[in-house]
Design a protein around this ligand. Structure first.
Ligand SMILES: Cc1cc2nc3c(=O)[nH]c(=O)nc-3n(C[C@H](O)[C@H](O)[C@H](O)COP(=O)(O)OP(=O)(O)OC[C@H]3O[C@@H](n4cnc5c(N)ncnc54)[C@H](O)[C@@H]3O)c2cc1C
Length: 323
């Protein structure tokens, strides 16, 4: 049976969300095309992750070595090139993350396997891989059909697929020997430098209350904050709000901000420019409040309220506080 190989990504003892997102996509493709899903874990110790991976994979390949605990392109490339050459998977998936962007082109060049990057959708319509990618800052999606090949490599944009833990598989774990990389002296892992503390990570929130230019002035932000607090949401924003310094840049949603996929996204006074939509249109339920009935945000919203947000919000806040 043809195989999809998913390269697990972990950092500082935690499996990164992108791994579960790719596994969700891999399982969808596997079910539709009769393929199997194999997770690949490189690290010092796979045991903290094996239960999660076992549920979502048919097979797990593990290479345990202290030298693989932290991502380093040199040993990772060596080990993965060897695994892919031996296993000959039909498709190998990595996140379009710092690690995936570093590794995938090198794997493609070394193994002469066609690569498509930053995908937001994949399909096998016939005997080839078809990939969707966003172009022009997310305004349109381009559909790329790859030439027929026995193997493909693809990187997947984070936040494009939901984390899938619904699978109930019981993968077998195969431990592979760690190759020697004595001769590799190119790069050494020194340590992690933490970025300046961001107040919150909006991409992790279940509910986002997002404010746009319609909020008017920074003195009005507490109205949205009170509503967010009443419903247990995190505050995010469109670009003008971040550009004006009303909220930190880390709260900006969109092509030049963050891609989010909360269960509920509430857009307040946001017109819904395509650069904003590109960062939130895959949210579970989208609710928009805007006084302009023609605002583009209503095209992606599941529920819309055409009203002045300053009339709607205090009423809603009171209602939620009472319930
Ligand atoms: C290269 C590039 C990258 C970009 N990246 C991003 C990005 O990452 N994220 C992003 O958001 N934008 C981004 N933009 C900017 C984007 O094009 C829009 O300009 C921006 O999203 C508009 O923000 P907004 O909806 O808050 O403001 P506006 O477009 O000004 O919309 C304000 C809305 O509020 C409504 N409104 C006003 N008052 C009220 C009220 N009292 N009650 C209810 N509704 C009200 C209005 O009807 C209007 O629809 C980018 C642009 C470029 C060129």
């Amino acid at each position: 049976m043809k195989e999809i190989l998913v390269i697990a990504e972990h950092r500082q003892g935690e499996l990164r969300d992108i791994t579960m997102e790719i596994l969700g996509l891999a399982n969808q493709l596997a079910q539709a095309h009769g393929l199997s899903v194999t997770g690949v874990f490189l690290g010092a110790d796979a045991s903290p992750f094996s239960q999660t991976l076992a549920r979502t994979c048919d097979r797990i390949l593990v290479v345990e070595d202290p030298g693989l605990d932290n991502y380093n392109a040199d040993p990772y490339l060596l080990v993965l090139a060897q695994i892919i050459s031996q296993q000959q998977p039909y498709l190998t998936l990595l996140g379009h993350t710092a690690m995936g962007m570093d590794l995938a082109p090198a794997l493609s060049a070394r193994l002469a396997i066609p690569l498509v990057t930053d995908c937001v959708g994949l399909a096998f319509p016939r005997d080839c891989l078809e990939a969707s990618r966003q172009v022009y800052g997310g305004k349109v999606n381009a559909l790329l059909r790859m030439k027929p090949s026995s193997q493909y490599l693809a990187t997947i944009r984070p936040g494009s697929f939901s984390v899938d833990l619904a699978q109930d598989k019981t993968a077998t774990v195969e431990k592979l020997p760690s190759p020697s990389w004595e001769g590799l002296k190119g790069r050494r892992f020194l340590g992690y430098l933490e970025p300046e503390v961001e107040d919150v990570d909006i991409s992790e929130a279940d509910i986002l209350v997002s404010i746009g230019r319609g909020i008017g002035k920074p003195e009005n932000i507490p109205v949205a904050e009170a509503f967010a607090e009443a419903i247990g949401a995190t505050l995010s924003c469109s670009r003008p709000v971040a550009d004006k310094g009303w909220l930190p840049k880390s709260r900006q949603v969109g092509t030049s901000g963050k891609t989010v996929r909360p269960k509920v996204y509430i857009a307040l006074g946001i017109s819904g420019a395509f650069q904003h939509q590109a960062g939130m249109k895959n949210s579970g339920t989208i609710i928009a409040v805007n006084k302009d009935p023609k605002a583009p945000i209503f095209k992606v919203a599941h529920y819309g309220i055409v009203a002045d947000l300053f009339q709607v919000l205090p009423m809603l806040t009171e209602k939620f506080k009472k319930s």
